[in-house]
Design a protein around this ligand. Structure first.
Ligand code: NI
Length: 200
């Protein structure tokens, strides 16, 4: 396993359409996914798409902890569920309904920045897993947002291209100003406590 270099906004590999994986069970795909997992854990990140490690193939990995899901979707949100580590090979997404919602996103390829991005609230997605079997899931809220963000990478799209209000594109270090406007409270609390530490 190896920690791979992450491509940043401006690198052509992030702009092109990634290619379908011919054999989801091929040993080199297994190796790629193992390296992506190590890279994502090191970063750390919620998800990673193969083009972000300079590999133009339709492969995505992601995971959502119960704590993160509760924070993003609200304490009482029926959407708030943990998602175990998931591998998507040649994924397809289909929106369920017309509803979209705004939420904050960051990206390992756009370091230090965050933006408020509209996404479909609910989707159905399918993909091949590591075992070479095609599976299908429904997702809502933050889970649906992560899948849409990661799969956009496979079509050469970064989240700033999805934004409609560029006044909500900002440095993560300024995030704490945005809590009253729907910024995630936990992140703003972290930002403030970091500032307190610097102040001391
Ligand atoms: Ni990203």
């Amino acid at each position: 396993m190896a920690i791979l270099k992450i491509a940043k906004m401006g690198h052509p590999v992030l702009r092109r359409r990634a290619e379908e994986v011919a054999d989801p069970r091929a040993p080199e795909i297994r190796r790629l996914i193992a390296d992506m997992l190590e890279t994502m854990e090191d970063a750390p990140g919620t998800g990673l798409a193969a083009p972000q490690v300079h590999v133009p193939l339709r492969v995505v990995i992601f995971t959502v902890s119960a704590e993160r899901s509760r924070r993003e979707d609200g304490e009482d949100g029926e959407d708030a569920d943990a998602v175990p580590l998931t591998v998507l090979i040649n994924p397809e997404i289909e929106p369920i309904g017309d509803e979209t919602e705004l939420g904050w996103e960051g990206c390992l390829s756009v370091p230090g920045l965050m933006g408020r991005v509209p996404r479909h609230r609910a989707i159905r997605y399918s993909a091949y897993g590591l075992d070479g079997q095609r599976f299908e899931r429904k997702a809502e809220g933050f889970h649906a947002r992560v899948v849409q963000h990661e799969c956009d990478h496979l079509d050469g799209i970064l989240y700033p291209q999805r934004m409609i209000d560029m006044s909500q594109f900002l440095f993560t270090s300024e995030m704490h100003h945005y809590a009253p406007l729907g910024g995630t409270l936990a992140e703003s609390e972290e930002a403030e406590s970091e500032e307190d530490q610097h102040a001391r």
